[in-house]
Each structure stands twice: as C-alpha cells, then as structure tokens.
Design a protein around this ligand. Sequence first.
Ligand code: MEV
Length: 308
Amino acid sequence: MSKASAPGKIILFGEHAVVYGQPALAVPVTQVRADVQIDNNSDAGIRINAPGIEFSENFKSLASPHPLAATIKNTLSVLEVDSLSGVTIHIRSNIPIASGLGSGAAVSIALIHALAKHLKKKLTLEQVNTLAYETEKIYHGTPSGIDNTVVTYAAPVYFIKSQPIEILKVNKPFTIVIGDTGYPASTLESVSDVRVQHRKNPERYGTLFSMIGGITNTARRLIENGSSESLGPLMDENHKLLQHMTVSSVELDDLVDTARKAGALGAKMSGGGRGGNMIALVQPEKAEQVAQALKEAGATKTIVTRVE
Ligand code: MEV
C-alpha cells in the first residue's frame, strides 16, 4: 500500500492577470487535501475509485484526454516504467471541485507521488510540478501553472508564468477566512471568456492586467516586510479590477461585502471566479465573527487559515 496527499490552495492576488505574464501570489490551504492510496489487487489492469464523486473505472476505459489517465501515463513515462497492472488507486478529496481551491492540482500531485512511491522511484519536485502542469492543461486549457506550483511546493509562492518559482517569505503570519459561494464554476470557461474579451479590447484588458500586477508586487513587499495587516485595501482594489474583468458574480460580491461589513480588513474573490470561493483578510480575533457572517449570508463552507 502506498499513500500520498496534497493540500488545496488559494490565490491571494493576481488571478487571471497571471495567465498574461503578470505576477500572482498563492498559498497552500492545509485544512483541505486530496489523498491517494494505491493497493495491489489480483486483477489485471488499473482500477481507479473515487467514491466521493461516485467514480469507479478501469484505466483503459477512460476517454482520452482524461486528466487521471494522462497523469498516470505521463508519470509512468517519466519514471521509465512501461506498464502498471494489478493495482487499485483510491482517490479521496475534501477539496470542493471547481471552486478555486486547486482540487485538480491536488489530486494530480497526490497521484504522482503515490505512483512514484508504489514503484519505489524518486521524483524531484520540479518533475512533479511539470507532470502536474501537463494535467492542468486538460483541466484548464491554458493554465498559468500557478495552481500546480503552489500545491507541489506546498509553500506560499510569488509566481510568474514560465519563470523559476520564488517562495514568498511571510515575515509576519496573517489570517484569511475563505468563504464558498457553493456555486461551482469552470476555470476553463472564465479563462477563455477573459481571452475573448482581451482579444476584443486589448488595451483595456492589458491595463487591467498590469494594474493587478502592480497590486501583487505591492502586496508581496508588504508580506515580506511584515506589514501584512495593510493588505486589506489591496484586496478590495484587486476585487474591483476582477469585477471589471467580469469574472466576479453576484454571490461572490455579496460575500465580499458581507466580510467587509463584519470587520474584515479587505476581501476579494479568489481563483477563476464566477462562483467558487472568496477570501477575506482578518485580524485573528475577528476570524470567527467574519466566518459566521459569511455563513449567515449563504456561504456553504468557511475555512480559517493562517498564512505563514
Ligand atoms: C486559477 O486558480 C487561476 C487563474 O489565474 C488561471 C490560471 O492561472 O491558470 C484564473
């Protein structure tokens, strides 16, 4: 039996703009995670069970391109293993799907690690990251690579597409409340809608992206010099720019307003948008009060997480 797990993630600043070469900041969320366990069985082939989503299939019957099939095939190829058989792969995850918490990346990364363990082989984190990025393309079309990077390294990251990863040094820990609208939304769709808008209106969208990039760089400085309590207005400003990009939603806006009224220092949607999760920066002693207000306003789940 071989087991591996990977955390969820949230984007603090810079989603969407990061697809266009701007920087973004993301952090792991260890309160949610994907777990993969590989057991030997007496059958030929590879059985994949994910009871949480009522999925139970044989590897061979998965339609191509399938994210799980591609992850297995690419991992075996990098490990220089011709084939695998007589195994059952169990996938369990409490990361809501299509909600901005990196569920796809976490499942891929836990699966890659579990396969390497099962085969008694080693992979560098760089190899894991590259493999997970290939699968992200199936999930998201043209991903920046931020989700697989933050989940692979399980550390706060300052990320620019196609550039070496930079770990973000959090000088003074801070607290975030995450609120789920309960509406799943496809990142593939929101990213491709932004692409269409950008093509129609390159100047306006180019300006929005670079303003977001500027906010992200300011946020990085505040986090690295111990002034994280000043990130609130930057979150508010980033949210406004995402609204202009049309990737927020009524439900996200409502939760963002609710968090601010309940005492958050700032709030914004997080991830692909149009649904999924929002985040709010809070003083630790206000976390429960903000989480409670979000639930009363319709959040289906809240998570309080400390960024450190
Ligand atoms: C998704 O978590 C973040 C987006 O910026 C897409 C990407 O970076 O691939 C919306």
